[in-house]
Design a binder for this molecule. Sequence first.
Ligand SMILES: [Zn+2]
Length: 221
Amino acid sequence: MFYKDAQQVYRVQELERYGWLEHGFGTRLSEGWPGGSPVRLQQVHSAICLCADGSADLPGPADAVISNTRGRTLSVRTADCIPILMVDERLRAIAAVHAGWRGTVQQIAARAVEALAARYSSRPEDLVVAIGPGICGKCYTVGAPVAVQFQAWFPERTDLDRATTIDLTDANRRQLVAAGVPEGRICTGAPCTCCQNEEFYSHRRSGGKPGRMISAIGILP
Ligand SMILES: [Zn+2]
């Protein structure tokens, strides 16, 4: 369940139960990130997931990052794209993901689940995942060339050969379930960045030159 706190940051009750963890999805009213400088990705709409243990300087562009280092905070920046935060409650590992349509088609969220498993032996069933504020399935209109790339994730739809709408949150939710994350451990229901433009930066609403919201997850020192 998402709620907005006094700092104008959206938080998820399901992630607040972990005393060793901090997390939040920023709004346009919550500039920066309280409590230091998180690891920041050079986002390129890829399927690349990097590890941020040891040095906090990442070796190159990526759209997902994982860590199990104490005192480390991971962040992504979005404005309509979908920010996704993950935690392995058993092994105390975390991930932050930036998923626009290109990243979603390349299953960037599943790549993060796989990276957690490969690096830390995380089990998908131990993950809790929060899919944060992004453009909703009513606002996100796309042309046929984009729509058709979502057929595998929406097999029930017959309209993906033409201009239509895509629900990126639901596509990511389905990919996470396919990657082994239990449905009940995936938190959705965050507000739409385009519908609620007074609260969020929106790429669509701004004509392509929006600010960016910071979403972050960190392991306390
Ligand atoms: Zn919307």
